[in-house]
Ligand binder design. Structure first.
Ligand code: ZN
Length: 402
């Protein structure tokens, strides 16, 4: 039952072995997406279109405590009894194998896996569902990344260090976002998601403009993915501040709904079908430094990665504009806001940027990316970010961490 062959969409979508000059354009997305307040109450109704009547629910102990009654009562209202499998905290191969074996041992013909939680639980859930060869249903409880809609997972070591990714032939069968859960979650998650969402637009643009640029799936990006990525960042710029305020009040309002959609759906399609490049390559570099990895969220590191990308691309005006927005919303704009320091962390940070320069993600940049120009771009971004924070203030950054 366990899948043994690693799946990659790249050779399929790129047609690279056929000798074609240019891959076709292509786009993938979740099969269904639904978002609104208190939707978790109605999960059973939406399962009918998967279709699923024998689901397993994959959720952390804290998630079960907070959302278990609402979720399981909602399913029971549709005569669905779900089996609960606890997510033990890390999206690692050992956790994925454990949960898969545990569910297989029950000898129940599950017809979907419902993953409920944050990015790591959702990513682990996609891996477990793939091994069980059943559809995955994704219910994010925070809007901190664009992981929910994609057909790939980032897998970590048991110590929390990125080990690699897994891609799946199927995108999630259903993504159900209960916006009331997002409104009740800490604001820092929503804001981190905005960092990830902003980067989507600039990374997709670079991949689109560069004839050698590729979407994550291996195709050339569609103009649909371009439009989605552009709308994604525009929504965050227009509604981000109001959405964060609604989140502080714990209330769903139209601005918050739009930003949740930008962080989750638009950024999800935008990155997977639009392409990923320097901002994420630099963010991956930051994860090599324990102080950054252990204290900051993915989207927070991506925000400074984005400023570095814009400096690398010599888009100085945009770098200044994005840095000002990041300061206003509370995203890190400079190294000290990731607890990093060029003096104290110099050699480690330089080595991290050298590793970033070498990742395949940089192949989407239309010029030579080197350890030297990446390092210079980081220093320039840091300077622009410090100036932006000096002008705007760091109240938003401090308020979220108070
Ligand atoms: Zn990301």
């Amino acid at each position: 039952m366990t899948r043994t062959v690693d799946f990659s969409p790249k050779p399929i979508f790129s047609l690279e072995d056929t000798g074609r000059q240019m891959p076709p354009v292509g786009l993938i997305s979740p099969a269904r997406y639904v978002q609104g307040p208190d939707l978790l109450d109605h999960l059973g109704r939406f399962l009918s279109i998967v279709p699923s009547t024998r689901p397993a629910v994959y959720i952390s102990p804290g998630g079960l405590r907070r959302h278990g009654d609402q979720l399981l009562d909602g399913l029971r209202a549709m005569q669905i009894e779900a089996v609960v499998e606890i997510f033990e905290g890390e999206c690692s191969f050992s956790e994925i194998e454990r949960a898969t074996a545990s569910l297989q041992a029950q000898n129940i013909p599950f017809d979907s896996l419902i993953a409920v939680g944050g990015g790591k639980c959702l990513d682990a859930g996609k891996c477990v569902a793939d091994r069980l060869e059943i559809p995955v249903v994704i219910c994010p409880t925070i809007a901190s990344t664009d992981a929910p809609c994609s057909a790939l997972s980032v897998v970590y070591s048991d110590e929390g260090i990125v080990q690699g990714g897994e891609s799946f032939p199927d995108s999630p069968a259903l993504v159900l976002v209960d916006s009331q859960l997002i409104a009740a979650a800490p604001v820092r998650y929503l804001v981190a998601g905005m960092g990830d969402a902003l980067a989507t637009r600039y990374e997709a643009r670079t991949c689109y403009r560069n004839p050698a640029g590729r979407a994550v799936i291996g195709s050339r990006p569609t103009i649909a993915a371009q439009a989605i990525a552009k709308l994604c960042a525009q929504t965050v710029f227009d509604d981000g501040i109001a959405a964060a305020e609604a989140n502080y009040r714990g209330e769903v309002d139209p601005a918050l709904e739009r930003v949740i959609e930008a962080n989750t759906l638009l950024s999800g399609i935008g990155f997977e079908s639009g392409g990923v490049t320097a901002a994420h390559a630099v963010a991956m570099g930051f994860t090599r430094l324990p102080v950054a990895r252990e204290n900051y969220l993915h989207g927070e590191m991506v925000a400074l990665g984005l400023l570095t990308q814009l400096a690398l691309e010599q888009s100085t005006d945009e770098c200044v504009q994005v840095a000002r927005f990041c300061a206003e919303i509370g995203l890190p704009t400079h190294l000290a806001q990731l607890s990093l320091d060029t003096a104290a962390d110099g050699p480690a940070l330089k080595a991290a940027m050298a590793a970033s320069a070498e990742t395949p993600l940089m192949d989407n940049v239309p010029f030579d990316v080197t350890p030297e120009n990446t390092w210079a771009a980081l220093l320039q971004a840091d300077e622009i970010g410090r100036a932006a924070t000096a002008a705007v203030g760091d109240q938003a950054y401090r308020r979220m961490r108070a």
